[in-house]
Design a protein around this ligand. Structure first.
Ligand SMILES: [Zn+2]
Length: 237
């Protein structure tokens, strides 16, 4: 069963969790744009530095690529109308987030926890818990640990980026586990498409010396820029 996202949730505050710069726009750029238009505070946390998308490039070191991706993230937020909205770059290592029993992990949880406490989000948008991309699953866990420690009970919606393309059947929600919540993004779809274009390094436009590097494929972009953004909400949440 699919229900419509309750519009009062868009009055915020909202917390957006992006494992990599570009997930904020692909996963929930429409909700970000819609919420900002309603005057909400939208705080985006970029979990990893995104520096692992073109590891073989000589021209773009991991460090310079990570810096570029922060610039692209800022530009994407601006194009969504969220240029003046708060954002945090946690700068964990892309494709190698710290394990749950490490000090680095606890430090990252504390950083997210501090933001949750300060923001008191009404709605949290985060990656799907069993997304095939490891960083997306790890970002879900990290955020859930921070929310649990906060004692707060925000509405939580999960967006799937890679599930439909690379997911196994048991990555999908089980019977009675989740329900779908949809948000009509047609009013802000142009801004969302424009924001995706800000992520130039992921579109094959910037790094030309790493043929094995990541390129966001057009069918993926099409799949994630439909007239609605659809989220998973845990049943009985
Ligand atoms: Zn990602």
């Amino acid at each position: 069963m699919k229900s419509a996202l309750a519009l009062d949730l868009l009055d915020g505050p909202l917390l957006v969790i992006a494992p990599h710069p570009d997930d904020e726009t692909l996963g929930c750029g429409g909700v970000i744009a819609g919420a900002v238009r309603r005057g909400a505070v939208v705080h985006t946390i970029f979990i990893t530095d995104g520096g692992a998308s073109h590891l073989n490039s000589i021209q773009w070191s991991r460090q310079s690529l990570a810096a570029q991706r922060e610039r692209e993230a800022a530009e994407a937020l601006a194009r969504l109308g969220a240029g003046a909205q708060p954002r945090t770059f946690l700068r964990l290592e892309d494709a190698n987030m710290p394990g749950r029993d490490s000090a680095a992990y606890r430090q990252a949880v504390d950083a997210v926890l501090a933001i949750v406490k300060h923001l008191a989000p009404r709605l949290v948008l985060m990656p799907w818990r069993r997304d095939p991309h490891r960083d997306h699953r790890d970002s879900w866990q990290l955020t859930m640990d921070a929310i649990a420690a906060s004692g707060q009970r925000p509405e939580i919606l999960e967006y799937a980026i890679w599930l439909d393309e690379f997911g196994r059947s048991d990555d999908r929600p089980g019977e009675g586990e989740m329900e779908q919540v949809a948000f009509d993004v047609t009013a802000v779809l142009d801004a969302k498409r424009d924001a995706i274009k800000a992520h130039r390094s992921q579109l094959g436009e910037l790094v030309h010396d790493d043929p094995s590097g990541f390129v966001l494929a057009q069918p993926t972009i099409e799949r994630l820029t439909g007239p609605a953004e659809v989220f998973w909400r845990q049943c009985g949440q």
